[in-house]
Design a protein around this ligand. Structure first.
Ligand code: NAD
Length: 321
């Protein structure tokens, strides 16, 4: 347990209305540091706490980020190796733990990261009893379930980024083929954030025009876009050693939407209860997001094949809980 180092004690200059929105990031590795950077540039959090077992690492990243403050909106930054630093957080983002090395699947991280979660989550929950817990650490679906049980928070408050990232990847690869902006492409990946994920082609569309109705867009093109999506992390880990920019950008988008209570819909890993008959497992389905977390999950139409794939994802994840 180290001493909390508070570098900046002042309130936001130039602001007469103080609306505190504290975000804590547990784990200041590639993902945690990049997420902190994205949030600092975005300016949504009033307070940003960086927490890592490795105190020097947290403090070094803190100092580097602090030197950006003359060019950003003012955010109160702190660094610590103590989970109590989360106190007062609206959102605690969890990236702590082992990451994949080349040749490893996300599921192979389970034993190590489950142990970390069982130790860490009760301490975070005690320090920040009103926070939303946003899980990024892999395997994200199993660890979201673990965080839910260990925190004893409501499922509205504990969820994982899940297939939000896979969906962004699919939308990008489709946009390249269709020559249409990714934001205009209504196509999702659901299920596990991992190899048993699946694209929902049955409802994929652009402004109501089915994706499969586009000239030159074949089943082979669809299959290739999904393959590029599913294998993206393996490819990037081969080339770079880790992924961080896309997950950090997705997380920043999520934090902004939580803060602004937008009720936007994202595919997120959430506890399923009677979702196409699936119970008591965390997997990604479309979720409406608000200031208090998940407002509702949407049971969208799925083809018989997609229902089978969702059930297969659920069975796989359940076998690991
Ligand atoms: P990293 O090794 O760079 O960083 C992990 C950090 O966690 C390290 O700084 C380490 O000191 C810290 N840590 C370990 N145990 C801790 C504990 N008990 N308390 C506090 N801090 C602790 O790894 P990374 O590349 O940042 O990846 C982090 C995790 O995010 C991995 O599990 C990775 O697979 C996952 N990830 C998920 C997604 C997603 O879409 N869900 C995307 C990318 C990475």
């Amino acid at each position: 347990m180290g001493n909390t180092k508070k570098h900046i004690q002042s309130e936001r200059p130039g602001s007469s209305i103080q609306c505190a929105f504290k975000v804590s990031i547990i784990g200041c590795g590639n993902v945690g540091a990049t997420t902190a950077y994205a949030l600092l540039l975005d300016g949504t959090p009033t307070d940003l706490a960086l927490i890592d077992l490795n105190k020097e690492k947290a403090e070094g990243i803190l100092l580097d980020l602090e030197h950006s403050l003359p060019f950003t909106s003012f955010t109160k930054l702190t660094a610590s190796d103590n989970y109590d630093e989360c106190t007062g957080s609206s959102i605690v983002i969890i990236t702590a733990g082992k990451r994949q090395v080349e040749g490893q699947t996300r599921l192979q991280l389970l034993a190590d990261n489950k142990k970390i979660f069982r130790d860490m989550i009760p301490k975070i929950a005690a320090a920040a009893p009103n926070a939303i817990l946003l899980v990024i650490t892999n395997p994200v679906d199993v660890l979201t379930y673990e965080a839910l049980k260990a925190s004893k928070f409501s499922s509205q408050k504990v969820f994982g980024t899940g297939t939000m990232l896979d969906t962004a990847r699919l939308q990008f690869h489709l946009s390249e083929k269709l020559k249409i902006h990714p934001r205009s492409i209504d196509a999702y990946i659901l299920g596990e954030h991992g190899d048993s994920s699946f694209p929902v082609w049955s409802s994929a569309n652009v402004m109501g025009k089915p994706i499969c109705g586009f000239t030159g867009f074949s089943q082979d093109t669809a299959n290739q876009c999904y393959k590029d999506t599913r294998d993206a992390a393996y490819r990037i880990i081969h080339d770079v050693g880790f992924t961080c920019y896309s997950i950090a950008t997705a997380t920043c988008e999520l934090v902004k939407n939580i803060f602004a209570d937008t009720h936007q819909v994202f595919p997120l890993s959430t506890l399923l209860q009677n979702y196409y008959g699936i119970n008591d497992v965390c997997l990604s389905v479309p979720c409406v997001i608000g200031r208090n977390g998940i407002v509702q999950t949407l049971q969208i139409p799925l083809s018989d094949d997609e229902k089978k794939k969702l059930a297969a994802s659920a069975n796989l994840i359940k076998s690991l809980l």
